[in-house]
Design a protein around this ligand. Structure first.
Ligand SMILES: Nc1ncnc2c1ncn2[C@@H]1O[C@H](COP(=O)(O)OP(=O)(O)O)[C@@H](O)[C@H]1O
Ligand SMILES: [Mg+2]
Length: 235
């Protein structure tokens, strides 16, 4: 029988990323190869400037590698056109950015429901899921509030729920707990870990916190645009 859990969802093949401007050239990623299986929860650690955000952008097809390839669910993204890439991002990938990117004039529940509306999936069942997830991260009393009425940590949690509500195959998260206290961080990480196991969501999360990284399946340590080492926490 085909073992679904062994299927490679993200395949980074000798990716290199060089930023060029008139006066300078900066090698953000030297040469990275990485394979991530369906339902795997991988954390990325490393000093500032080591290329973590660049790696997430390239995997999320928000940026193209200078050389090398990124395959998503076996499909070579370098052979996809802009329309196909935008469908891929909408349907399969959830993003949690370092900045929350909430829509200021929409309230909490409307912000969370936004990706569902874009995909024409907005119905009672999805609203229930959205409400449930918001409850789970301690925001049940805030559904009608606008982003400006929320703390940074609360806005971050809205952005996290918004990325999850579509049940994306892949979740890319750039320091999603950066603004959260340790109790809320734990809640968020436990929610992500549960999503990866229950929904087979493949998660790649950048974090500064080695204690949180221990709750993932595998830790990838980056330095100077390279993978320095990998540690498997769980098999
Ligand atoms: N658009 C860009 N133009 C030029 N240099 C960039 C750009 N984005 C990132 N860099 C540089 O690439 C390196 C890696 O950046 P980044 O991936 O953001 O690292 P990290 O997320 O690990 O802090 C940094 O030195 C950064 O200054
Ligand atoms: Mg970064």
């Amino acid at each position: 029988m085909k073992q679904k859990s062994k299927e490679s969802v993200i395949n980074v093949n000798h990716v290199r990323k060089v930023y060029r401007s008139k006066e300078m050239e900066y090698i953000a990623i030297k040469d990275i190869s990485l394979e991530i299986a369906r339902g795997e929860f991988v954390t990325v650690l490393g000093p500032s400037g080591s290329g973590k955000t660049t790696l997430l952008d390239v995997i999320g097809t928000l940026d193209t590698p200078t050389s090398g390839k990124v395959l998503i669910e076996g499909v070579d993204t370098s052979e996809m056109n802009d329309g196909q890439l935008s469908v891929l991002r909408n349907e399969k990938i959830g993003f949690i950015f370092q900045s929350y990117n909430l829509v200021p004039y929409l309230n909490v529940i409307e912000n969370v429901m936004l990706p569902l509306m874009v995909n024409g999936n907005s119905d009672d069942e999805h609203r229930k899921l959205a409400t449930l997830l918001l409850e789970e991260v301690g925001l049940s009393g805030k559904l009608g509030k606008k982003p400006t009425e929320l703390s940074g940590g609360e806005q971050q949690r809205v952005a996290i729920v918004r990325a999850l509500v579509n049940k994306p195959h892949i979740l890319l998260a750039d320091e999603p707990t950066g603004n959260l206290d340790s109790k809320t961080s734990d809640e968020v990480i436990n929610l992500l870990a549960r999503m990866s196991k229950e929904n087979d969501t493949t998660i790649l999360m950048v974090t500064h916190d080695p204690d949180l990284a221990k709750l993932s399946d595998r830790c990838v340590y980056m330095r100077d645009g390279l993978v320095e080492k990998e540690i498997r926490v769980r098999k």
